[in-house]
Write a protein that binds this ligand. Structure first.
Ligand SMILES: [Ca+2]
Length: 336
């Protein structure tokens, strides 16, 4: 074991443990862009460090391979008990990208699946809105961080839920009571704004979340992740410690190699888990509005609950180094 882990010791990736792991729910459209996989990998590494208690992973990509890939990752990382929630009647994103999740799920050797699973039937997984209500109702007040790296559909539906067997509170009241932060990859606030994918796929839900969310929102906009790319040469050279790795296989399957991919979703994870490490700077408080075309608008407001991230060239460099260290670390070698 020592010889396996020596490769990571020299990397300067010394990870400190928070007193109590942060309670996190990961909301993802995993199966569209591959940065969700790297973001999930980061969360798994934070779990290994006992910095994060990943309460659930909810998919807003309506495709069975999304949940199946999450199960493969959880199983591979030794986190097979993390609950998974799925979406029904979600936005149509079936043909938006090459489904690397299916590609990895279909990998086999001599007729046997290459990666193990822990769940037998993905259709029986609970709806994400039910998962949220069930899990949030059991958490201490103002303790949960939600990281959203996909569409807003599940979160908008959660806000509209009614009292049920899990809680006498409405969805909005439950979020106000239990959630401390929504770290969300969405939108753009540059002068030359772009219609960002996560917003335009479900504009009505994005409108609802940004206007009705009752706690703090920190937005990781399009222009952050596009400045910080994950290097193809890391995918090709830094994973000698695992011959078969769902993260590497997903990356290689998503687009023809070599390519460097923006780290949009990883930035939402990094801010959420390490908000005081100065990886980013943060805007003044304000409100975020989504218009009918899917553009996002930020207006400063003294008591606003919304903020957005910025990065300097120096921070870009530091974040990129940190991402590579985290993603390439052998999970067997993480010390608490
Ligand atoms: Ca995503």
């Amino acid at each position: 074991m020592l010889s396996v882990c020596q490769t990571n010791i020299g990397k300067g990736h010394i990870l400190h443990k928070e007193k109590t792991p942060m309670r996190v729910i990961f909301e993802t459209d995993l199966g569209n862009d591959v940065d969700d996989v790297l973001a999930l990998d980061m969360l798994d590494m934070y779990m290994k460090e006992e910095k994060v208690n990943l309460l659930a992973i909810c998919s807003n990509k309506e495709n069975k391979y999304s949940a199946e890939f999450i199960d493969i990752m959880n199983t591979w990382m030794g986190h097979s008990l993390i609950p998974i929630g799925i979406i029904h009647n979600g936005p149509d994103c079936e043909n938006d990208a090459k489904n690397y999740a299916q590609c990895v799920a279909d990998s086999s050797v001599s007729g046997h699946p290459l990666f193990l699973r822990s769940i037998a039937n993905y259709k029986l997984l609970p709806d994400a809105t039910e998962s949220y209500r069930k899990i949030l109702s059991k958490q201490p007040d103002h303790s949960v961080v939600i990281i959203s790296t996909g569409f807003s559909t599940n979160l908008a539906r959660l806000l509209e839920t009614k009292p049920d067997k899990y809680s006498s509170l409405s969805g909005r009241q439950l979020v106000a009571k239990k959630v401390q932060l929504l770290s969300v990859m969405a939108g753009s606030f540059e002068e030359k704004s772009v219609k960002e994918y996560n917003v335009v796929k479900d504009i009505e839900s994005a409108k609802k979340v940004f206007s009705l969310w009752p706690t703090r929102i920190v937005d990781d906009p399009f222009e952050i992740g596009i400045q910080i790319t994950y290097p193809a040469n890391s995918i090709e050279n830094d994973f000698k410690w695992a011959a078969e790795n769902p993260v590497v296989d997903a990356y290689k399957c998503y687009m023809p190699m070599p390519y460097d991919r923006p780290t949009w979703d990883l930035c939402a994870v990094l801010y959420a888990i390490e908000p005081h490490s100065n990886y980013f700077s943060i805007s003044q408080p304000g409100k975020i509005r989504v218009d009918n075309q899917g553009y996002t608008h930020f207006t400063k407001q003294k008591n606003g609950n919304c903020f957005y991230l910025n990065v300097s060239p120096k921070q870009v460099k530091r974040i990129k180094t940190h991402f590579i260290q985290m993603i390439t670390a052998d999970p067997r070698c993480i010390k608490n």
